[in-house]
Design a protein around this ligand. Structure first.
Ligand SMILES: *Cc1c(COP(=O)(O)O)cnc(C)c1O
Length: 394
């Protein structure tokens, strides 16, 4: 099956008379159990074990996991309560005292803070590097490097990274590569097929698509996902609520269709912003002016709906946009039907989340100026979005 079909049919329950056509929401926390079928420890959980306790697994959640695995071309998936639960769970599972993480110097702020503040406290070495430069990644590898973590496109700058090149560098160094593909979605990029070991998603964003459920996922090899389930899900405990999983399954059915429209609308808006005198720079992987447009064409089958732009006097402009926009909303998050824009001041994020100094901080400022506007272009009519921007930017 191709992605648009997988999103609707992959892992669907048996077709038999009387079976419902939509996924069943199983809200139960525990299930009838055969005393001989399963032990009491997470270590006893076999691949074929029937549902037992919802933190271990749940039929509604299992359908979401299987559908995501199909979309990513992976053997197995594991759903979590949020994207942060997925990312932190994977990092806690793969890293320990004395281990070393190479992480993108620009990535989702929560993941950057978790790496710099929390993992370091547990004795993990952390090196932040520019993942658009494979040479810098190779130079950061150490004998004890266990994991290379990258985000492409990176939140909030939309800088890209070459997944196949990074997978080779990670593997040569005896490490694994995890890719946060939240902004790309499996419609644009399937990192496992490019050599990555793990794909991470915040399902809260495009996968859900409607901004009404939190969720996260990790997709990878079956044995590795089983080990991750035992430690990072069953023991750390960030299990997704089955109702959230059900909402995300519903959203996932339209993901390929929505991504086509997100891409179209983002292109219209990005091209408009490029001509606006108040806007100094626009980043969208589909624009010929994106510094890595060639990589985008090679690695992305869809350029996604995220646009970032840079303007002089950006803090004042943020206040003006928040006050004047009528269709677009000034708010955080991304990937939903409604267009959302949010301003991230460079000095704030450099200090509080990224901990970057010197040449790395300079490179960030060169890309974003005083700050970057992260614009999640929604599914409204692009003419209305452009008209709204026109009056709000005036
Ligand atoms: C939002 C986001 C996360 C965190 O996901 P939550 O579901 O909010 O916990 C991680 N990575 C990226 C790229 C994100 O945009």
């Amino acid at each position: 099956m191709r992605p648009a079909t997988q999103a609707i049919h992959a892992a669907a329950p048996e077709r038999r008379p009387g079976a419902p056509l939509t996924p069943s929401l199983v809200a139960a926390t525990s299930f009838h159990t055969d005393p001989d079928a399963i032990g009491f420890s997470a270590a006893d959980l076999g691949a074929e074990a029937p549902p037992f306790y919802t933190r271990w697994g749940n039929p509604t959640v299992a359908l979401l996991e299987q559908r995501l695995a199909a979309l990513e071309g992976g053997e197995a998936g594991l759903a979590f309560a949020s994207g942060m639960a997925a990312a932190s769970g994977l990092m806690l599972h793969r890293l320990g005292a004395g281990g070393h993480l190479v992480v993108s110097d620009v990535c989702y702020a929560g993941i950057a803070e978790f790496a710099h503040d929390t993992l370091r406290r547990y004795g993990v070495g952390v090196t932040a590097v520019d993942m658009s430069d494979p040479g810098a990644v190779a130079a950061a590898m150490r004998p004890e490097t266990r994991l290379v973590h990258v985000e492409t496109p990176a939140n909030p700058t939309l800088r890209l990274a070459d997944i196949a090149a990074l997978a080779e560098i990670a593997h040569r160094g005896g490490a694994e590569l995890s890719v946060d593909s939240t902004m790309a979605t499996p419609v644009a990029t399937r990192p496992l097929e490019l050599g990555a070991d793990w794909v991470i998603h915040s399902l809260t964003k495009y996968a859900c698509g409607h901004g009404d459920a939190l969720g996260g996922a990790v997709i990878g090899r079956a044995a590795a996902i089983a080990a991750l389930r035992q430690e990072a899900l069953i023991h750390v405990g960030g299990a997704i609520n089955p109702f959230a999983a059900w909402l995300i399954l519903r959203g996932l059915e339209t993901l390929p269709a929505r991504m086509a429209l997100h891409q179209h609308n983002a292109g219209e808006v990005a091209r408009y912003l490029e001509t606006h005198p108040r806007i100094r720079r626009v980043y969208w992987p589909g624009l010929a002016s994106h510094p890595q447009h060639d990589l985008a064409r090679r690695q992305m089958q869809n350029f996604s709906g995220m646009v970032s732009f840079v303007a002089d006097g950006s803090k004042d402009l943020a206040r003006q946009l928040a006050r004047r926009l009528k269709v677009i909303t000034y708010a955080v998050s991304l990937g939903k039907t409604q267009s959302l824009v949010f301003h991230i001041p460079a000095e704030d994020i450099l200090r509080s989340s990224f901990h970057l100094e010197g040449a790395q901080a300079e490179a960030y400022r060169a890309w974003t100026g005083e700050g970057t506007f992260r614009f999640s272009v929604g599914l409204e009519d692009p003419a209305d979005l452009i008209a709204d921007l026109e009056q709000a930017l005036a």
